[in-house]
Design a binder for this molecule. Structure first.
Ligand SMILES: Cc1cc2nc3c(=O)[nH]c(=O)nc-3n(C[C@H](O)[C@H](O)[C@H](O)COP(=O)(O)OP(=O)(O)OC[C@H]3O[C@@H](n4cnc5c(N)ncnc54)[C@H](O)[C@@H]3O)c2cc1C
Ligand SMILES: NC(=O)C1=CN([C@@H]2O[C@H](COP(=O)(O)OP(=O)(O)OC[C@H]3O[C@@H](n4cnc5c(N)ncnc54)[C@H](OP(=O)(O)O)[C@@H]3O)[C@@H](O)[C@H]2O)C=CC1
Ligand code: HEM
Ligand SMILES: [Cu+2]
Ligand SMILES: [Fe+3]
Length: 502
């Protein structure tokens, strides 16, 4: 991704022939004394505002090879918060050199920039703002159109509003991170699209600036990341609880007249929680497998995944954390099983039965081993999952580089899935094959949960086969099935985006 930053260098933009002026005018780099010390090769980008978004943007731009100059009303106070490679200065000094200037301020302060309008003339202004729900309803005209009306001599581009400051700083990790872009000036739009690309995001052409209203509505419209995973978890909880209720409580009551309703608070819950945790965990690793399979079939990584898969890939963190939550509760419930009075009565009754049957030593070697092993595997699985949960805390995630983070999330997470599967299999043992375990023809609960995890594990095994893994890694390095690597001109790229993103 980062190599596309090269396209932004003055020489490269010139060769495209369609731009009559280079993105970075070298004249400005040395005309102003204060700018001379900045690396003269890096394309310069300006940012107005020094808030959260400005800081993340500056970090990301510096990391993607751009020179950054930040314009603030109070540069002295703010400079310490920015990466040292970014230059923080007064607004009027900051806007002199760059051709592209991000306006990282709220709408109500746009008019305070009017004093800069002569210096801003002819430049590209990027509007990143997000209105609140009320503001969106209140103003007919989008923030970007408002900015364009204040600065008629500038090219205004709407972009980045859908990306949070946090994502911007940490970089896009999973799925596609799309940045919708619109503008009335195609040149300006293309320049910003290439910057989006160089920063590791995927630009999506949304047409002219009238679309800005729609683009500004996007973050308002999107579901908060937790809603779908939480509903999924709730659905699974209800399903498994009902299933276990029928098997463990209703069946003995109807068939044998036994009252087992005491199982509702602990026992049935502790059969439900682990099943939900286990299914959720497999649903975290299933989309990665589907994505890889899709890339293998298409023979390219340059086509967008279907929306449902994209959405799923982006919700894995929440699904994973909910899985961890259920698994942790399952462990706590498991520790409580022997504390219950019902358990003590069961033990005493068993002892009495033994005495009456004149047996002195109850010890089933197979049962002992089975339990020792499945409890140990469960503890290991939960321990591994807690590592994943800990590294998903932003402060810890930020202290890891992406390879370390991927190792924990992708490799150790998969190990946790395998350990959970072994835990479930050793717990289940031969029960899936015993007729007495089928209540109302319903198989034991754990058998229902094994399907998806086993498919995921088999598929990951398949991807490890040399021929498959070689092809997959070739595709992920940019190789395409039909012919050599395609070089798309910026123009082709925006066209391709347009057709594939409808
Ligand atoms: C408790 C818990 C906490 C979680 N916290 C987070 C979190 O904080 N953030 C988060 O994003 N997810 C989180 N998750 C979700 C999950 O761990 C991650 O999404 C994980 O990266 C998924 O791994 P994956 O291997 O399925 O997918 P991916 O890492 O997307 O990879 C899919 C497949 O492609 C391969 N692959 C990927 N990229 C390349 C490449 N460039 N070259 C070659 N092969 C490649 C992988 O090896 C894998 O086989 C969490 C999950 C749990 C259980
Ligand atoms: N935070 C986020 O995750 C996202 C933010 N955005 C958008 O980015 C823009 C900035 O957001 P954010 O960085 O969070 O907000 P902040 O409040 O943190 O920053 C706003 C900045 O505006 C500058 N500013 C310039 N003129 C004025 C003025 N007259 N009064 C007050 N402030 C002024 C200030 O910088 P200084 O004092 O140096 O001049 C201030 O730091 C907003 O439009 C927001 O919708 C978009 C997507 C995500
Ligand atoms: C400290 C960690 C763990 C301990 C002590 C533990 C213990 C147990 C126990 C005692 C049972 C039997 C429950 C019963 O008798 O009803 C069980 C079943 C099960 N556990 Fe765990 N477990 C742990 C972690 C996990 C994890 C991390 C997962 C998966 C994410 C998991 C998934 C399951 C499943 C699917 C079952 C079968 C449930 C059923 O169908 O009855 N366990 N575990
Ligand atoms: Cu691309
Ligand atoms: Fe969502």
């Amino acid at each position: 991704m980062y190599e596309s930053a090269v396209r932004l260098s003055p020489q490269a933009t010139k060769t495209s022939g369609e731009m009559d002026k280079p993105l970075i005018s070298r004249r400005l780099v040395d005309s102003d004394g204060s700018l001379a010390e900045a690396p003269s090769e890096a394309p310069k980008v300006g940012i107005l505002g020094s808030g959260d978004f400005a800081r993340s943007l500056a970090t990301r731009l510096v990391g993607s090879g751009f020179g950054v100059v930040v314009g603030s009303r109070n540069p002295k106070r703010m400079a310490g918060l920015f990466p040292s490679a970014a230059q923080v200065t007064f607004q009027e000094e900051a806007v002199g050199s760059p051709e592209v200037i991000f306006v990282a301020m709220f709408r109500e302060h746009y008019s305070s920039l009017c004093s800069l309008s002569s210096q801003l003339a002819g430049k590209i202004l990027v509007d990143v703002s997000n209105p609140t729900e009320q503001e969106h309803l209140q103003h007919r005209e989008s923030n970007a159109e408002y900015l364009a009306s204040l600065f008629p001599t500038c090219s205004v581009v709407k972009a980045f509003n859908v990306i949070s400051a946090w994502t911007l700083q940490s970089g896009p990790r999973d799925g596609n991170r799309q940045v919708p872009i619109c503008s009335d000036q195609p040149e300006a739009k293309r320049t910003v699209s290439e910057m989006v690309h160089a920063m590791g995001f995927t630009p999506v052409d949304m047409g002219s600036l009238v679309s800005a209203r729609e683009v500004e509505a996007m973050p308002l419209r999107l579901l908060p990341g937790w809603k779908v995973p939480a509903l999924l978890t709730l659905g699974l909880l209800v399903f498994f609880y009902a299933y276990n209720f029928v098997r463990d409580v209703l069946h003995p009551y109807l068939q044998e007249g036994k009252n087992k309703f005491y199982k509702l608070p602990v026992s049935v819950v502790n059969t439900t929680l682990p099943c939900v945790a286990y299914v959720l965990l497999s649903l975290v690793y299933l989309p990665g497998v589907l994505a890889a399979a899709l890339q293998l079939r298409r023979g390219t990584k340059y086509r967008r995944f279907p929306d449902w898969l994209d959405h799923w890939l982006q919700h894995r963190k929440q699904i994973g954390l909910l899985s961890f939550f259920c698994a942790a509760l399952h462990a706590l419930y498991s520790f409580c099983l022997p504390l219950r009075r019902s358990h003590r009565y069961d033990l005493v009754n068993l002892a009495v039965k033994q005495v009456l049957a004149n047996k002195s030593h109850l010890w089933v070697e197979e049962e002992v081993w089975r339990m020792e092993i499945y409890v140990s595997l469960g503890v290991l699985a939960l321990g591994t999952l807690s590592l994943l949960a800990v590294t998903s805390l932003p402060s810890i995630a930020n202290s890891l580089n992406w390879r370390e983070f991927s190792f924990v999330q992708s490799t150790l997470g998969f190990v946790a899935l395998v350990l959970s599967t072994l835990h479930t299999l050793t717990y289940g043992w031969t029960r899936a094959f015993e007729e007495s375990r089928y209540k109302f023809y319903l198989p034991p609960t754990f058998t229902l949960t094994l399907l998806v995890p086993c498919v995921v594990i088999l598929a990951r095994g398949l991807f490890l086969l040399p021929c498959v893994s070689r092809r997959l890694s070739k595709i992920r390095r940019g190789w395409e099935k039909d012919g050599a690597i395609k070089f798309t001109l910026p123009m082709d790229h925006t066209l391709a985006q347009k057709t594939s993103h409808v």
